[in-house]
Design a binder for this molecule. Structure first.
Ligand code: ADP
Ligand code: MG
Length: 701
């Protein structure tokens, strides 16, 4: 049976055995024959061409040279020993180096015997050497078929020691292909195969591992990318279908009195069109009888809180409770304050629950939640404690959701028998293709418009040598009544040094901006929540003009009077973080500024990050650049999601294919939601196999 081929344990493949199997699992996650088949070459090299030693230079990729080893000598200190070999041909010599497996190599390499060497020339101290080359006796070089597209496989030092270098891997792939069933059933629907004129599955596998031409390799690669993305989308959409079938949603059949009263009598400004559009989308969802899982994306300052509040009012108007969870105490406080002030003339009972809520108050909140007296609960992680029980929670808002783990979030909606509607909000704009994938099982709303009257923030790049000029500028802004943030990096790995830098910076700022004329606040993650809050409040009230801080102020903090954001060591921040920080200013009607301070030497990527920031205020453009620079593996939220097991497809480069495969998956599921029709049998089979393999990654409920 064909599926036996894929699921057969790797130790049963000829040439593997228990020891190699163990390290294949550990080092590359290869457990089965299927895993090995999906371990594709990461590049191909031209094995028809031989270079001479004299031609070898560091600009060349992997190359092969014929020659002999004339000496092998161990060099270096005790713990840093390495093996040096002298490799010669008629045109000269170069140095070979090994840092591991010295004993084995010394015992097994033959001096003065002709080898084919394969490796990447590098330059070290002005001479050419090759580190950990692959060597094959010319007399035994039968495996290396002279091909202009010889596959190269990624492997590790540990694997190499057991003979599984790239060539060893190739040997396994050849063994594997002998057993590849000739009648591999199709996984893609016939209509797709016809439309794209894809190679058959069998041909695809042989063409990706042993291509006869670039053209053939490209065809195989396209099919594999398509298949990876198609099944990813199919899984997400299938999961969403299952959920809507299984989970009944609370029906909010009216907008209710609270919403109407607020909308007509208390709303302090006109909603933007984007806000209206999103509220409408949510209203349709929560009235439909299905449970809502919606992601609300909107750049910093776009007014997500108001949208959340108005939805919570609908919940209350339908007789349910609502809650909003924020990632930090500062943010929770701020939500509580702004919501309290929006609702001050209405009869809505709100409560704030955080880590600092005192025992007595806490107990009272617990009680009032259970008897239904509290309408809206605002808080931090404290909300997900087991003691917090609602009478009838109907609507959950999660702010800055990427700060919470999936598990943490799901604990919140398990608090009810009926799953409440869930709105997760993020100010980190996610490029479309990534959103379609990361949040492919959610509905997505976007606020793509800022409230009127905001001026774009003017962003500049400056160096330490500009310090005097910048300080003078700050004094001018402060004299005009504005406030200033100065942010320092603080990352865990170098926490001590960073904290020292922050304190040194703080002291020198206090010296340059002396009391009584100036007052400076400081906030960082190592302070007690109470002290942090006290300092924050001083700044919010305008008692201090300068806020020196680490990224704890990154999220959500709202001081409309602040007009300057200075970011120290800006080269150490990621793009999305820089954008978030910048979003702390530009919240009022005044012109705001963001000053990115860096050292004078910058790497290529840092330079591009800074330039992007200076060029645009558009969060989505910034997110696209971020995705290109860092790859999706690092993009916000992907790391914890663990669902991006893409071997060849790339969410950034293959954006069009992401869209296309999603559309096709939607079409197929629309016509045949259970994939029960015979034309979809192969697709269904593959989908089940993938779900069995990695489990169902339910994101929300
Ligand atoms: P974010 O989306 O970053 O959470 P907020 O909800 O904090 O943004 O809104 C930023 C500021 O804009 C707040 O002071 C809020 O009261 C204000 N705001 C929200 N919507 C509007 C609007 N339609 N018109 C004017 N100001 C608005
Ligand atoms: Mg916010």
């Amino acid at each position: 049976m064909h599926h036996d081929f894929f699921q057969t344990k790797i130790e049963f493949l000829k040439g593997v055995g228990p020891i190699k199997a163990e390290i294949l699992k550990k080092e590359l996650g290869i457990y089965t024959q299927g895993d090995l088949l999906h371990h594709y070459p990461f590049r191909y090299v031209d094995r028809t061409k031989f270079y001479t030693v004299r031609e070898a230079n560091a600009n060349l990729p992997y190359i092969q040279i014929k020659g002999v080893i004339t000496s092998l000598i161990v060099r270096g200190e005790k713990r840093r020993k390495y093996l040096c070999g002298r490799f010669e041909d008629k045109t000269g010599f170069l140095e070979l180096r090994w840092f591991q497996g010295i004993k084995w190599i010394t015992a097994n390499l033959k001096l003065n015997t002709e080898y084919v060497l394969f490796g990447k020339p590098t330059e070290f101290n002005g001479s050419i050497n090759i580190v950990h080359p692959e060597l094959e006796l010319v007399s035994e070089a039968q495996l290396t078929v002279a091909s202009s597209m010889q596959p190269v496989y990624s492997t590790t030092e540990k694997l190499k020691l057991k003979g599984l270098d790239s060539k060893g891997m190739l040997r396994l792939q050849k063994n594997l292909h002998q057993f590849l069933p000739q009648n591999l059933p199709e996984t893609l629907p016939q209509s797709v195969l016809d439309e794209y004129k894809f190679l058959s599955r069998l041909k695809t596998y042989s063409a990706i591992h042993f291509p006869e031409s670039i053209h053939q390799q490209e065809k195989a690669e396209t099919r594999i990318k398509f298949e990876e993305l198609f099944f990813l989308q199919l899984r997400l959409l299938h999961m969403k279908l299952l959920r809507t079938e299984k989970v009944k949603g609370i029906v909010f059949d009216k907008v209710g009195d609270y919403f109407n009263d607020f909308f007509h009598n208390h709303l302090p400004f006109a909603l933007t069109n984007a806000q209206k559009k999103v509220i409408k989308e949510i209203r349709i969802d929560i009235g439909s009888g299905k449970q809502m899982n919606r992601l609300l994306q909107g750049d910093v300052g776009s007014g997500k809180t108001m949208v959340a509040l108005m939805c919570m009012l609908i919940a209350i108007g339908n007789g349910y409770q609502a809650c909003i969870m924020a990632p930090t105490e500062i943010l929770a406080n701020q939500h509580a304050e702004s919501i309290a002030s929006f609702l001050k003339n209405m009869n809505v009972n709100i409560a704030l629950l955080t880590g600092s809520t005192r025992v007595g108050a806490r107990r009272k909140i617990h009680e009032q939640l259970e008897n239904g007296e509290i309408n809206i609960l605002i808080g931090t992680h404290a909300l997900i404690e087991d003691k917090v029980q609602f009478k009838n929670l109907g609507f959950v808002v999660i702010d800055e959701q990427h700060r919470f783990g999936v598990e943490q979030r799901s604990r919140l909606w398990k608090k009810n028998d009926i799953v409440p509607h869930v709105l997760v909000m993020t100010a980190t704009p996610i490029p479309r293709t990534l959103a379609m994938t990361l949040y492919g099982d959610l509905d997505v709303s976007v606020i793509d418009e800022l409230p009127p009257g905001r001026k774009p923030i003017s962003t500049v790049h400056k160096y330490d040598t500009n310090r005097l000029q910048i300080w003078a500028f700050l004094k001018k802004e402060i004299a005009a009544g504005r406030q200033v943030y100065i942010v320092y990096p603080l990352i865990e790995e170098s926490e001590k040094i960073d904290l020292n830098n922050l304190m040194a910076g703080f002291e020198s700022i206090c010296r340059d901006f002396p009391a009584p004329q100036y007052h400076v606040s400081i906030v960082h993650g190592k302070m007690k929540p109470k002290d942090k809050d006290f300092e924050m409040q001083r700044f919010v009230k305008g008692e201090t003009q300068i806020m020196v801080a680490t990224t704890v102020i990154e999220v959500g903090v709202n001081v409309p009077n602040a007009s300057v954001m200075i970011i120290e060591n800006a080269e150490r921040f990621g793009l999305s973080q820089l954008h978030q920080l910048r979003g702390r200013v530009g919240r009022g009607a005044e012109q705001s500024y963001c000053i990115l301070m860096t050292s004078s030497k910058l790497g290529k990527d840092s330079r591009l990050r800074i330039a992007t920031m200076c060029e645009t205020n558009d969060g989505f453009r910034i997110a696209e650049t971020d995705l290109k620079l860092r790859g999706p593996g690092d993009a916000e939220g992907t790391r914890q999601s663990g669902l991006l097991d893409l071997k060849l497809a790339d969410l950034s480069r293959d954006a069009a294919l992401v869209q296309r495969t999603r559309d096709i998956a939607i079409e197929i599921l629309k016509a045949d939601p259970q994939l029960s029709s015979s034309v979809n049998a192969g697709t269904r089979h593959e989908l089940n196999a993938q779900i069995r393999k990695s489990g169902q990654w339910g994101r929300i409920s």
